[in-house]
Design a protein. Structure first.
Length: 361
């Protein structure tokens, strides 16, 4: 009898309440909590996703709207969180933050079973639109409090894990995952215009700015390549630049429309804490990636799966080569897809995470 059959025979299921401020429209909460749930079921885990903010409320907080309107949203989310106290039989898993602003006894709580960390929150990360509210958010202090109080910290990469270990306690690495089984794969070949793609949010779109002159040069040299930006607006208008709104139903098709994926990052501690999720999304779609050599990206990308680029010239050369060579795009994209399936899929990591959660029961 295998482990799953033994669990079923004993009825030894574990209920885990996944608490977070962020709704399913936010990639981190969706990727690290919500989408893990069905893969954990076969391993005796019932993971319930319980965000304190609805998608429309989070959208309001991300916009430039009057402060009283944001305060009303935060108050509603606090009341919602306070009413969703964990049952005594459930483990609590808190992703990033329980609330966007502290509430004594609720956020941070006095006791945490599992704290999930996929960004360097201990550095503080308020978006530009909410920068003036950073003093109220107290993200740095609360993140450290979560780490100190957690029975288990689950970090998205080794950099975050090493930082978390400074505060003591048990820390394990579980990377952000993709599900290649539901992702269409790009069919590479000769095309009139090569599509270079980026997917993200308005908070990370700033990282694209240094890359825009490189794309302008490529098009000025006679190569036909467009940059498709999904989920954000760079504020730049050009005939080689397209902006698309993000939607979950269309995300898989958007990724499969790319010929090359890009992930530029600055050389900062905040960027080192990134988990390389964009690169994994590209790989899942069979798309080669060009990325900055920051954080986890050197471990993800090699000559077989794309290229690392630290300077404008390196970006230009890497993109030019892939634009000109569809066979290289196909080969590197296939190698990336293999890596995603073998090392970064939910199928690969669900047994590991389930084992960690059962060890706390």
């Amino acid at each position: 009898m295998d482990d799953r059959s033994a669990l079923s025979a004993r009825g030894a299921r574990l209920r885990v309440l996944g608490l977070t401020a962020y709704p399913e429209t936010v990639a981190s909460a969706r990727v690290r909590v919500l989408q893990f749930a069905p893969f954990l079921e076969d391993h005796g885990i019932d993971l319930v996703f319980s965000p304190s903010l609805r998608p429309d409320e989070y959208a309001t907080l991300s916009q430039s709207v009057p402060a009283p309107r944001k305060a009303a949203v935060l108050a509603r989310s606090a009341l919602r969180a306070a009413s969703r106290r964990s049952r005594s039989t459930a483990l609590t898993l808190i992703h990033r933050l329980r609330l966007l602003t502290p509430l004594p006894g609720v956020d941070p709580p006095s006791r945490v079973d599992v704290y999930d960390l996929d960004d360097a929150l201990f550095l503080g990360s308020a978006a530009e639109v909410n920068r003036r509210f950073q003093w109220a958010k107290r993200e740095t202090q609360r993140s450290v409090a979560y780490i100190e109080r957690a029975r288990l910290v689950v970090a998205g990469n080794s950099f975050l894990a090493d930082q978390a270990r400074r505060y003591g306690g048990r820390v394990e690495v579980v990377p952000s995952c993709v599900d290649p089984a539901i992702q269409p794969v790009r069919s590479h070949g000769d095309v009139d215009v090569v599509t270079i793609g980026w997917i993200g949010s308005h908070t990370t779109a700033v990282y694209l700015q240094p890359l825009l002159p490189v794309l302008a040069r490529l098009n000025g040299s006679g190569l036909r390549a467009r940059l498709v930006v999904v989920g954000a607006d760079t504020g730049v208008r050009a005939d080689w630049l397209e902006h698309r709104p993000w939607s979950l139903p269309r995300q898989a098709d958007d990724l499969a429309s790319f010929d090359i994926g890009v992930m530029p990052l600055p050389e900062t501690d905040w960027a080192r804490g990134k988990c390389g999720y964009k690169v994994l999304q590209y790989f899942s779609a069979g798309v080669p990636a060009v990325a900055s050599p920051v954080g986890v990206t050197p471990a993800l990308i090699s000559d077989q799966r794309g290229a690392l680029a630290a300077t404008d010239e390196a970006w230009y050369d890497a993109l030019e080569q892939l634009i000109r060579d569809p066979a290289q795009r196909a080969g590197q994209g296939a190698a990336g897809r293999t890596l995603a399936e073998r090392e970064y899929s939910y199928q690969r990591w669900a047994p590991e995470l389930a084992g960690l959660l059962h060890s706390l029961a």
